[in-house]
Design a protein around this ligand. Structure first.
Ligand SMILES: [Zn+2]
Length: 145
């Protein structure tokens, strides 16, 4: 049995990004907008476990999930999605300002992309940052990095 999928998407498990009780689903809407089928790899703090694992085995575990997508579903593209106010980063209050926070997430995604490209080449890696809409605690805007 074989299933082929377009892409895999790494994203934080944060409930604000996924299915909400009021019907909102930020990540589902993003995937729909990209017009792709997508494996979802969710983890608190997203790709932080690849670039800065807090415990042994976290990185291997995450890359094992990616390997399932790469080998079993033969994905050709990987999306990395990081988000503002991520609890695994200490939330927005852990940064001096929004720009510093965004730069850290982008640097982490770029470092993770290198690891993923080395391990699963040839594969396209696309980086995206979900920023909170001004004044909102749970409405995000996605920008391609
Ligand atoms: Zn998060």
């Amino acid at each position: 049995m074989s299933h082929v999928c377009d892409a895999a998407l790494f994203v934080c498990e944060d409930f604000r990004l996924h299915q909400r009780k009021d019907g909102r689903n930020f990540i589902a809407n993003f995937i729909k907008g990209e017009n792709i089928d997508c494996d979802l790899i969710t983890r608190g703090g997203d790709i932080q476990d690849i670039v800065r694992p807090k415990s042994g085995g976290f990185k291997d575990s995450m890359l094992r999930d990616a390997e399932v997508s790469a080998k079993l579903h033969r994905v050709k593209k990987v999306y990395l999605v990081s988000h503002e106010d991520c609890g695994a980063y200490g939330g927005s209050e852990a940064f001096v300002d929004r720009e510093t926070e965004k730069k850290q997430h982008i640097a982490d995604m770029q470092a993770a992309a290198v690891v993923i490209e080395e391990k699963f080449s040839p594969i396209e890696v696309s980086l995206h940052y979900a920023e909170l809409k001004n004044g909102s605690e749970d409405e995000f805007l996605m920008t391609k990095v």
